[in-house]
Design a protein around this ligand. Structure first.
Ligand code: AMP
Length: 190
């Protein structure tokens, strides 16, 4: 199995790249943000619980998110590997993911991070908000809060993988195709 964490701040292009890479490498793409939005749309119990956190740009509590992620992995028992997009977002999520995979004799092969300046990202998210309809993409103060969550809780997850020699940083500014090539070079080496 090849298990990749696609990492980066909001708007870095994780979802766009995961869409291409999942077909190229025959991996299952799990975006925790997409799973939350699906649950919100369908007004499930999980969706009702997660909605106010997401709409305001706050992280959903770890326990809820981790349980949801585990269920998504279990649904795909015959997968060739996973692209985790938007997860883990805290150190405790990273540790839980490691022990969950270890129980299956699996591991994360690498974290690939898309590195993009915050000011570029705010512009990208506001543009995306015009078409995505996402409440958390349309209001600059909510976007800034998402970056605050990223900077205070998520950015350190980089160190977690760095300590395991699994961190690979990629310049996330450029054409979609060029960035896919950079990421593919890393995946091919894992
Ligand atoms: P995304 O689509 O990855 O930008 O995620 C949208 C929102 O979903 C985030 O701002 C959080 O509110 C929530 N979310 C997604 N993934 C996680 C996670 N791993 N931990 C906590 N909250 C998450």
């Amino acid at each position: 199995m090849k298990n990749i964490v696609l990492f980066g701040p909001p708007g870095a292009g994780k979802g766009t790249q995961a869409d291409v890479l999942k077909d190229k490498y025959n991996l299952v793409h799990i975006s925790t943000g997409d799973v939350f939005r699906f649950n919100i749309k369908n007004e499930t119990e999980l969706g009702v619980l997660a909605k106010s956190y997401i709409d305001n740009g706050n992280l959903v509590p770890d326990e809820v998110t981790i349980n949801m992620l585990k269920a998504e992995v279990e649904k795909n028992a015959d997968a060739n590997g996973f692209i985790f997009d938007g997860f883990p977002r805290t150190e405790s999520q990273a540790a839980e993911l490691d022990s969950f995979l270890a129980e299956k004799n699996e591991t994360i092969n690498g974290m690939i991070a898309l590195e993009v300046e915050e000011d570029v990202l705010v512009g990208r998210l506001l543009e995306r908000g015009k078409v995505s309809g996402r409440a958390d993409d349309q209001d600059e103060s909510k976007i800034r809060n998402r970056f605050n969550e990223y900077n205070t809780k998520t950015a350190i997850v980089k160190d977690y993988y760095d300590q395991q020699n699994k961190y690979y940083g990629i310049n996330g500014v450029g054409s979609i195709e060029d960035i896919t090539v950079l990421i593919s070079n890393v995946i091919d080496s894992l």
